[in-house]
Design a binder for this molecule. Structure first.
Ligand code: ZN
Length: 437
C-alpha cells in the first residue's frame, strides 16, 4: 500500500456508506465475491467473500483449503464524528440554513468556517416498485458553519461554550435558493418525488495534505478510523491468499463506533459472530469444533491512538510517550476499556517483532479515564483473545486530524504478519508462534 492509496481511501470514505463502498470496490478488484445476508451462502475452499450490513459495515474473509481451525480477525470502524442533516432547509435572516444534529463526540469549533459538502445514502423508488439505496456525494464546496465574530462574542477566546443547536447550524444559501433535494435528485439522475428518504451528513471535503520539513506528517479528515480500516484492508488483501493454512483470515469494518457501537451494524452486535457461524457451517467440522475454533482465534481491534501532544505533554502518561512515526500503538487500560492483556499483548509484540515493526505502549494517565473503542464491546458477543492497537495521531475528532506519513506502512507490515503467522493456542495462557515458511 502506497501513501496515495491511504489518501484515496480517506477521500473516498466521506461517510460510512462511502467507506464501505470503497472497501467493496477494492475487494471486487481482488476477486472477492459479494454475498447477501438474506441469501444462502455456498462457500468454496480457497475463495474469498464479503458481505455488507446497512451499506455501512463490511466483513470479508477467505475460506482456507482445509477445515477451519480458527479465525484471524482485524476490526476497525467506518464512521467519524459528523453533522447529520435532519431537515434540508430552515429560513433565517434572509438565508437558508440546513438543520443538523451532531453524530459522535466531535471538536465542534473545528467545523467552523470551512467549506462543507453533503453526502450519504438516498432511498430511491424505482418504476418497477423497487426501493433501492443509492449513494450520493455532492462533492463540491456547498455550505459553511460561520463563526460569530469576536466583536459580538468578546469571550470567544476565553472558552466559548458551543451549543450545537445554536452555534453549529450550517448556512446553505440565500433565501429562496435552489433547495438541497433538487441538487440530490440532479446528482442521482432521479426525480425528486422518487427520493423516499435518506441518511445524509455534512462532510469536510479537504484533500489530505502532507506537511513537515520532510513530509513527516499528513493532515486529513476521518483519519480516525479510516487509517486503520484502509491499512488493515490492504494487509488483508496482500496476506489472505497466503494466510495461515488452518486459520481463516477475516477483515471487519464496523459502523457506529463513535456513538457506542450499539447498532446492528456496530461492534456491539452479532454481525461478526453471525458471519463466523455461517462460515463455520459451510465447511466440514467436528463436534465442539466451533468452540475450539474460537479459542484458537485472535482479534486485533484497530482504532487510532492519541500521540503525546507537544503543547500538552502533561495530558499523556509521561512514562509512555506515544509519538507519530513510532509504529504500532498497543493500548492497555486497567478498567478493560481496551481488550489487551499481558497475554494478547505478548502475542501482538511477537507478531510485530517478526514483522520488524516497533511497538509503543499507550496508557492513560492514572488520573484520566481516557476514551473507549470497539474491541471490548465486540468481545461481549465474540469471546476471542483480542488486543487493541492503533496508529498515533493528533487532534482526534477534529474536522481535520494529523498523523504520520510513515506509520501506515508499519501497520500494513505488522497486520500482514498477523494474518500469515502460524499461531496456535496450546492451552490457556500458551501459544506457539512461527513465521510463515
Ligand atoms: Zn476511532
Amino acid at each position: 500500500m502506497q501513501l496515495e492509496d491511504l489518501f484515496h481511501f480517506l477521500q473516498a470514505g466521506v461517510t460510512p456508506f462511502h467507506a464501505a463502498a470503497e472497501a467493496a470496490r477494492l475487494l471486487d478488484a481482488a476477486g472477492y465475491t459479494r454475498l447477501e445476508e438474506s441469501a444462502y451462502w455456498n462457500l468454496e475452499a480457497g475463495r474469498g467473500y464479503y458481505v455488507t450490513r446497512n451499506n455501512s459495515a463490511v466483513i470479508a474473509w477467505r475460506i482456507p483449503a482445509h477445515a477451519i481451525g480458527g479465525w484471524r480477525i482485524t476490526a476497525s470502524h467506518s464512521d467519524s464524528p459528523a453533522w447529520r442533516i435532519k431537515n434540508t432547509s430552515v429560513a433565517a435572516a434572509g438565508c437558508t440554513k440546513l438543520n443538523v444534529e451532531g453524530y459522535g463526540g466531535m471538536n465542534m469549533a473545528t467545523w467552523l468556517d470551512r467549506p462543507l459538502s453533503v453526502a450519504g445514502r438516498v432511498l430511491v423508488r424505482g418504476a418497477d416498485g423497487t426501493l433501492a439505496a443509492r449513494l450520493v456525494d455532492l462533492d463540491r464546496d456547498l455550505a459553511v458553519i460561520p463563526s460569530l465574530a469576536p466583536h459580538m462574542d468578546r469571550g470567544v477566546n476565553d472558552g466559548h461554550r458551543y451549543n450545537p443547536q445554536v452555534d453549529m447550524q450550517p448556512l446553505y444559501g440565500p433565501e429562496g435558493c435552489r433547495p438541497l433535494p433538487a441538487l440530490l435528485a440532479e446528482a442521482l439522475g432521479v426525480a425528486e418525488a422518487d427520493m423516499v428518504d435518506w441518511d445524509l451528513t455534512l462532510y469536510v471535503r479537504q484533500a489530505p495534505a502532507v506537511i513537515g520539513p520532510a513530509g513527516e506528517y499528513f493532515m486529513a479528515p476521518r483519519i480516525d478510523d479510516l487509517e486503520c480500516a484502509a491499512t488493515t484492508l490492504y494487509a488483508f488483501l496482500a496476506a489472505a491468499p497466503q494466510a495461515d493454512t488452518a486459520c481463516a483470515p477475516v477483515w471487519a469494518m464496523l459502523d457506529n463506533e463513535e456513538v457506542g457501537s450499539g447498532t446492528r451494524q456496530g461492534a456491539h452486535s452479532l454481525f461478526l459472530r453471525d458471519v463466523l457461524g455461517r462460515i463455520y457451517d459451510a465447511v466440514p467440522h467436528s463436534a465442539q469444533g466451533m468452540q475450539r475454533a474460537l479459542a484458537n482465534s485472535f482479534v486485533l481491534s484497530a482504532d487510532n491512538a492519541h500521540a503525546m501532544h507537544p503543547n500538552f505533554a502533561d495530558k499523556a502518561d509521561a512514562a509512555n510517550p506515544v509519538r507519530m512515526g513510532g509504529g504500532i500503538v498497543l493500548k492497555v487500560n486497567a478498567s478493560q476499556k481496551y481488550t489487551t492483556s499481558g497475554l494478547s499483548g505478548a502475542v501482538l509484540r511477537e507478531v510485530c517483532r517478526l514483522a520488524g515493526v516497533p511497538v509503543q505502549l499507550f496508557a492513560n494517565r492514572a488520573d484520566l479515564p481516557g476514551g473507549s473503542t470497539l474491541g471490548n464491546l465486540q468481545s461481549q458477543s465474540l469471546p476471542v483473545p483480542m488486543a487493541d492497537i492503533g496508529l498515533a495521531q493528533l487532534a482526534m475528532h477534529s474536522a481535520v486530524e494529523t498523523a504520520s506519513t510513515a506509520d501506515a506502512a508499519a501497520m500494513v507490515k505488522a497486520v500482514e504478519m498477523f494474518y500469515r503467522v502460524h499461531l496456535r493456542c496450546l492451552g490457556d495462557g500458551q501459544y506457539t508462534l512461527e513465521p510463515a515458511p
